[in-house]
Design a protein around this ligand. Structure first.
Ligand SMILES: Nc1ccn([C@@H]2O[C@H](COP(=O)(O)OP(=O)(O)OP(=O)(O)O)[C@@H](O)[C@H]2O)c(=O)n1
Ligand SMILES: C[C@](O)(CO)[C@H](O)COP(=O)(O)O
Length: 214
């Protein structure tokens, strides 16, 4: 992000990205605990205003999957039935989408993820386009991703131990041959990854705040 602080602490629409994301999660009354995986030397988090008494910090890991597994193990003494995993870098998620994900998965008794249908033509290649990938059944995986605690903990532990490349919770669940429901979600639930994402995210966050203030 070419920024002087980790991207989750970049301020947009008056708050850090992490505060925006935690504010969305704090609107979910059904969450018992909100675990934030942080770098063990993170000096920024303690300076943030308290958003919710349910928020606790734990140490993240080298990769995203390591952070998620650390967070699951943090809860092992009093495990929940279900766990919702969300990217700090996706502050634009709507509470409505999260509630739809939770309700659909609990009704079906199956885990699932928010996802948005691919809208562009997809090319496979490096310097030149080598293939146009049929996109009728292609989805972009978003977050949150929602699974039964034991299913996700076991799948992550086993998949990581086997050396599988795990970039989202669903890929560990798929590795374990368990179902992943695709729940259509808003395509503006973007992951802030590159500098050009900041202007769009800042505009959309301000728009959300203006609408919520009405
Ligand atoms: N070691 C890591 C890396 C990522 N994440 C989580 O995964 C989300 C999505 O990953 P990404 O945005 O790619 O995080 P980084 O890899 O740290 O960022 P970048 O790709 O911009 O370097 C992050 O917002 C963060 O919540 C994590 O918990 N632990
Ligand atoms: C979890 C995720 O946001 C789903 O698209 C994505 O896999 C995160 O990838 P990253 O490389 O950790 O940003």
């Amino acid at each position: 992000m070419q920024h002087n602080a980790p991207k989750q602490y970049i301020k947009l629409a008056g708050k850090t990205i992490l505060e925006h994301t935690l504010t969305k999660l704090s609107a979910l009354a059904q969450l018992n605990t909100i675990v934030v995986a942080l770098n063990e030397n993170d000096p920024y988090f303690e300076q943030l205003p308290v958003i919710d008494a349910r928020i606790v910090r734990t140490c993240g890991g080298k990769e995203r999957a390591d952070s998620v597994l650390n967070s699951l193990l943090f809860l092992a003494a009093n495990p929940p039935d279900w766990v919702l995993v969300h990217d700090a870098a996706r502050p634009l998620v709507t509470v409505d989408d999260i509630n739809t994900l939770i309700n659909e998965c609990i009704s079906a008794d199956e885990g699932g993820i928010l996802a948005s249908k691919v809208k562009d033509t997809i090319k496979r290649g490096h310097i030149y386009a080598e293939q146009t990938v049929p996109r009728d059944d292609l989805w972009q995986a978003l977050t949150p991703q929602f699974f039964k605690y034991e299913d996700l903990k076991n799948a992550l532990q086993n998949a990581l131990a086997s050396g599988a490349v795990i970039t989202d919770e669903a890929s560990a669940i798929e590795w374990a041959n368990k179902p992943v429901k695709l729940i259509p979600g808003r395509s503006d639930n973007i992951k802030i990854t590159t500098p050009e994402d900041l202007d769009l995210a800042g505009f959309l966050l301000q728009k959300q705040q203006n609408e919520n203030a009405l």
